[in-house]
Design a protein around this ligand. Structure first.
Ligand SMILES: [Zn+2]
Length: 233
């Protein structure tokens, strides 16, 4: 195998390793970035908070009504106890009873409204909890697939790195050094295939001298335009 072909094969391995490594990085990000799940959690927490407030409001109202019932009962007991004999006091008691009854009606209506509101919040909370459970299940299924892909890729990359190292060791150090120094400025593609007498990376047609040199199998002929090492496959 010519040195240029060996370099070309190393380059192909490196490009694959780069692709796989990019994919691994993107999977890691994807697994960490659980926007949908976070949104479902936020929605759920908000619904829980609204429900808690509505529930407390209903409980407070129930307590207020219970206190009112007690008070009314006490007034009623007093009214019919026979202990109060003064007509003015009896009249006041009766008026208080009437007032408490009216107040109770108002509070009962209010409680009905508050309880209906609370039940609506409860329904919303239930719906959002269902969504959150679903989002978690989706996430976990998705992550399982992603993790499997990531692990398979990591194993492949490890294997490719070993192969690459072995291939690099067979290339004369000076030649590999030259290739390596060209990598950064050539987007990891210092070796370009010559096809129809043109460099396939920059697209420039090569003059007959270059084409002849490559056809002769001379090592290290560079593209006249981009400077890449040309290879004819
Ligand atoms: Zn070129």
């Amino acid at each position: 195998m010519s040195d240029v072909l060996a370099l070309y094969r190393v380059q192909q391995m490196e490009l694959e390793i780069i692709d796989h490594t990019k994919r691994i990085k993107s999977i890691t990000q994807q697994m960490e970035d659980d926007e949908a799940l976070r949104a479902a959690e936020t929605e759920c927490a908000k619904a829980q908070e609204e429900y808690d407030i509505a529930e407390k409001r209903a409980k407070d109202m129930e307590l207020e009504i219970a206190a009112l019932v007690d008070k009314r009962q006490a007034s009623e007991s007093l009214l019919y106890s026979g202990e109060v004999k003064n007509p003015k006091e009896l009249q006041d008691l009766q008026m208080e009873l009437d007032s408490l009854t009216r107040r109770r009606d108002v509070l009962d209506d209010e409680l009905k409204r508050i309880a209906a509101e609370r039940d609506e919040f409860k329904q919303t909370l239930n719906d959002r909890e269902t969504s959150l459970t679903q989002a978690k299940a989706d996430r976990s299924a998705e992550n399982k697939e992603l993790l499997e892909e990531k692990e398979a890729l990591a194993a492949t990359v490890a294997e490719q790195l070993t192969k690459r190292k072995a291939a690099v060791n067979k290339i004369p150090a000076e030649i590999y050094k030259q290739y390596n120094s060209m990598r950064a400025k050539n987007a990891n593609r210092p070796v370009s295939v010559l096809r129809d007498d043109a460099c396939t990376v920059c697209g420039i047609e090569q003059n007959s001298m270059v084409v002849t040199a490559i056809n002769r199998g001379s090592d290290m002929v560079n593209c006249q335009s981009c400077g890449r090492i040309l290879i004819k496959l």
